[in-house]
Design a protein around this ligand. Structure first.
Ligand SMILES: Cc1cc2nc3c(=O)[nH]c(=O)nc-3n(C[C@H](O)[C@H](O)[C@H](O)COP(=O)(O)OP(=O)(O)OC[C@H]3O[C@@H](n4cnc5c(N)ncnc54)[C@H](O)[C@@H]3O)c2cc1C
Length: 475
């Protein structure tokens, strides 16, 4: 354990030592520097600070701690809940931390947490190697990893955290800790699913898998209840080398689509088969046979091909809800179609991710992501521009989620928006919550790291709700 705490006690003080890497409201680049992925989180921090190493991160953490300033930690800026910006506090912007050190022989990589999933995937892909993140290149590996990480390799290689071997973490008291199964094992357990509650992760050490190529890409099918039901069944029956993320939506006017498909309900299934091309084509064949594909882009390709950098669509407003499902039967498929058709937003989507495989073989208590036995993850959402339409679209998303919900409550923390404490509890059922609170008390008793899906350091009253989860009433 090393200690690098310093006492830069003011923002002007930091400006003196951070050499142009502190941006305040009067600076020319302020509006650009404060932007996050979701335009609705249009907040005005007192400063955006871009450290270049863990020691500088510790300086900023100490400044926020000592000065009582709200601290927002930003890796890729994709928080659905707007947690990586603040009104009047400090944004710790990790975008300068982009070093990547690949140990090709040892099949591991040390990655600084300002890297995006796309940048990491492209860089290690040049060695024919991969670590699984999510489905979008611009998402930061910081937030994604700390919440769990569910992507195209989930059934073959598990969650991102199942491939996390060690981390460097700056804690609330300004210490820089090296964390793994032997050193600070409680903290190592908590950061694998517990989000940014315990400190600032500055580096991750990941396991790399040999992955010279995949059979993958997009298969666009007509959006009928029969196709949706059969698609999920086919993905569940497929060998775990195949993972699928399917979006059901009204087809936007995309250039590769025939004009006749525009405005029609479609299923955009993104497939990734990890393995040899011939076997991959055989595994993909039953998907192609579900219906006459509207477009078929599934082919042998480098894994990084799934992460082609594209200009992010500008998302201003979004209403979204996420949950786990036990099955998608005909009734569920019809519910999906009916609610998509009822949306008045310019774009509405239902996303289905089939889980299982390697992810399900990790014991629930091994990490802070406990939903190991859930079979399907579903998300419903719509995007629009005008904040005045928010109540309408929130009500639509709530109604859609309620109609679809089945089985035990539960949610993947990284797909939570700003939904209140009870929903955060759903992310951490039963003993996981109690253990997280204990670790939080040890490493962040003052709740400095509270701009997140927060796990408050104090235990709540010991009453239990109907699901056997202890209720949390304090903050
Ligand atoms: C378009 C889109 C696609 C997505 N696809 C997927 C997907 O396929 N799979 C999936 O698993 N998730 C996915 N997500 C969810 C994503 O994992 C979360 O939004 C995640 O928090 C984003 O990480 P970030 O670093 O970009 O976000 P940020 O907004 O920078 O960070 C989010 C929060 O994470 C914490 N945090 C971030 N970095 C650190 C750090 N280094 N140390 C401590 N705390 C930190 C902070 O609390 C911060 O507020 C997607 C999100 C979007 C918007």
């Amino acid at each position: 354990m090393s200690s690098t705490s310093t006492s830069s006690s003011s923002i002007p003080g930091l400006r003196g030592t951070f050499d142009g890497r502190v941006t305040v409201p009067d600076d020319a680049g302020y509006d650009q520097a404060r932007r996050v992925f979701y335009g609705k989180y249009d907040r005005r921090p007192a400063a955006i600070v871009r450290p270049v190493d863990a020691a500088e991160v510790a300086q900023v953490v100490s400044l926020a701690h000592d000065g009582g300033l709200e601290l927002a930690v930003r890796s890729g800026g994709h928080s659905l809940a707007g947690h990586s910006t603040t009104e009047g506090g400090i944004v710790l912007d990790l975008s300068e931390l982009t070093a990547l050190d690949v140990d090709q022989e040892g099949r591991t990589a040390w990655a600084q947490t300002g890297l995006t999933a796309g940048a990491y995937t492209t860089a290690v892909g040049a060695h024919g190697l991969a670590t699984g993140f999510g489905d979008t290149a611009s998402v930061g590996i910081g937030g994604l990893t700390l919440g769990g990480g569910v992507g195209f390799l989930v059934r073959k290689h598990g969650l991102t955290i199942d491939n996390l071997l060690a981390a460097e973490v700056v804690t609330a008291d300004g210490r820089v800790l090296q964390v793994d199964a032997e050193r600070h094992p409680d903290l190592f357990w908590a950061i694998r699913g517990g989000g940014g509650n315990f400190g600032v992760a500055t580096r991750f050490r990941f396991r790399l898998h040999e992955l010279p190529s995949i059979v993958g890409g997009m298969l666009l099918l007509p959006g009928s209840a029969e196709v949706i039901e059969a698609l999920v069944a086919t993905a569940e029956a497929a060998p775990e080398e195949l993972s699928m993320i399917a979006n059901v939506m009204v087809a936007p006017p995309m250039p590769f689509l025939p004009a006749s498909a525009h405005g029609q309900l479609v299923v955009m299934a993104l497939l990734a088969y990890v393995g040899e091309a011939g076997a991959g084509q055989r595994v993909v064949a039953p998907f192609r046979a579900l219906a006459e594909p509207i477009a078929d882009m599934v082919q042998p390709m480098p894994y990084a091909g799934l992460f082609e950098p594209v200009d992010d669509m500008e998302v201003v407003e979004e209403s979204a809800r996420s949950m786990f499902l036990d099955a998608v039967d005909h009734t569920a498929a019809r519910t999906i179609l009916e609610h998509l058709q009822a949306s008045t937003a310019p774009m509405a989507v239902a996303q289905l991710r089939v889980l299982g495989g390697a992810m399900a073989r990790v014991p629930a208590e091994a990490t802070a992501f406990a939903h190991r036995d859930r079979r399907i993850m579903a998300g419903v959402g719509c995007v629009y521009e005008d904040a005045r339409d928010r109540p309408t679209h929130h009500a639509w998303a709530d109604g859609f989620a309620a109609a679809l919900r089945q089985g035990d409550p539960g949610v993947y923390v990284n797909f939570l928006t700003d939904e209140g404490r009870e929903r955060v509890r759903e992310a951490y059922p039963g003993p996981t919550w109690d253990r997280l609170v204990e670790v939080k008390r040890r490493y962040d008793p003052g709740n400095l790291f509270r701009l997140n899906q927060n796990i408050p350091p104090l235990p709540g009253p010991p009453d239990r709700d109907a699901r056997g989860m202890r209720r949390q009433t304090n903050t």
